[in-house]
Design a protein around this ligand. Structure first.
Ligand SMILES: NC(=O)c1ccc[n+]([C@@H]2O[C@H](COP(=O)([O-])OP(=O)(O)OC[C@H]3O[C@@H](n4cnc5c(N)ncnc54)[C@H](OP(=O)(O)O)[C@@H]3O)[C@@H](O)[C@H]2O)c1
Length: 363
């Protein structure tokens, strides 16, 4: 099949036509990819140091997808169903920048009929990263309906941050959000308890300490030295989880700092987990998988219900190419388009926001 893979030379990527078509195993579905969403980690492949743990030329790139089930090894997902999900793209031979992919049937989500598939193609990786950070790492209770302790979401304007906010708000957990000044009003409309600008970090930290002196939980979705320091400085004590590997520059033993990877939600070891100082134990992999399954599971998990209710709303997306030039009409040209999109994003030349690629030619 045609797919975008890592190149033979570290730090390169390649459009290929000779990638074996994956075959579905037990409890798996075989999906024709229609749309695939881009994510920041796709650009890490172009940096041989950052992607050192998973440099194999047969690794297929891309994590997010929406597509049509063409073969199913489970009775409750029929051939022809529209599904979205995420794959351990870039780091394994399972990726979404390809004509076809195989996915654990318990980790796909049915596409609600009233939500465009291209929007759903950019949701799973960010949504499940947010879910993983909140539930698997910070142990936030999203299910009981009890108003838990407030959670600081720094970088609430990132895709992961926006899904973290939505998850917390629908669970009635108070949210203290930090984002660009321009998005504070929209965060307030979404139901956060308080929203602060990210532009003036010292002033924002002072305001948070003043109004939220008992904060004990933080999710830093941006993960720069400045944001990690800021989060650590406003927690009285407790736990902050950072989505990129970073530590505050000043250690505060009363604040636990963790970094983890969404890949532990696959429930089994993958090479990329070797990047972690302490890879997850089999028990932790099983526990994280259980959380993922409780939200995915086609139309039986929480996410399908939350999407139908409008409690989780997919983020707006931009379809590549962004300049409105005519879209290529075959998969190979589209995969070449994804390659240039990743190269441009790595060079900082694409605007922020979710970018989705049309991959398949079916409708
Ligand atoms: N650990 C994992 O398993 C995992 C999985 C997925 C992603 N990640 C990582 O998580 C991070 C977020 O990913 P994403 O896809 O959500 O990112 P994203 O949506 O591409 O983030 C872009 C947004 O970041 C915000 N931003 C820019 N500068 C900022 C700053 N100085 N402080 C705070 N926010 C700033 C901007 O929003 P505003 O202008 O509205 O503030 C911008 O729109 C990435 O570094 C990614 O690599 C980790």
């Amino acid at each position: 099949m045609q797919a975008l893979t890592l190149g033979r030379a570290p730090g390169t990527i390649e459009v290929r036509t000779d990638v074996p078509v994956p075959r579905p195993g037990d409890n798996e579905v075989f999906v024709e990819i229609l749309y695939a969403g881009g994510n920041p980690p796709d650009t890490y492949v172009l940096d041989p140091v950052r992607s050192a743990a998973y440099q194999h030329p047969d690794n297929v790139m891309g994590s997010d997808f929406a597509g049509i089930v063409r073969e199913s090894n489970v009775s409750h997902i029929a051939v022809g169903e529209k599904v979205c999900g995420w794959l351990p793209g870039n780091a394994t031979t399972r990726g979404s920048f390809a004509q076809y992919a195989v996915c654990d049937a318990d980790l796909v989500i049915r596409c609600p009929d009233d939500i465009p598939m291209e929007q759903l193609a950019a949701l799973p990786f960010s949504f499940f990263t947010a879910l993983h950070g909140l539930v698997c790492e910070l142990n936030v209770d999203l299910q009981s309906g009890n108003k838990g302790p407030a959670v600081l979401v720094w970088g609430a304007g990132t895709a992961c941050g926006q899904y973290a906010v939505q998850l917390l708000v629908q669970a009635k957990v108070p949210v203290v959000a930090v984002s660009a000044q321009s998005s504070l009003e929209s965060l307030q409309r979404k139901g956060v308890s308080a929203a602060y600008p990210r532009e003036d970090i010292p002033q924002t930290c002072a305001a948070i300490r003043e109004s939220w002196p008992d904060l004990e939980l933080a999710l830093d979705c941006f993960g720069s030295t400045e944001t990690v320091d800021a989060c650590a400085s406003v927690l009285r004590r407790g736990h902050m989880h950072v989505l990129v590997p970073s530590q505050p520059s000043v250690s505060r033993p009363e604040v636990k700092v963790t970094f983890a990877l969404i890949h532990s939600m696959l429930g089994r070891p993958t090479d990329v987990l070797g990047m972690l100082p302490v890879p997850p134990t089999p028990e932790k992999l099983a526990a994280d998988y259980k959380v993922a399954v409780s939200y995915a599971s086609f139309d039986r998990g929480h996410l399908y219900r939350l999407l139908r209710q409008g409690a989780i709303q997919p983020l707006p997306v931009q379809i590549w190419p962004l300049d409105g030039t005519a879209e290529a009409d075959d998969s190979l040209s589209r995969l070449s388009g994804i390659k240039s999109a990743i190269e441009q994003a790595a060079a900082g030349q694409t605007p922020s926001g979710k970018i989705v690629h049309r991959v398949g030619t079916s409708t």
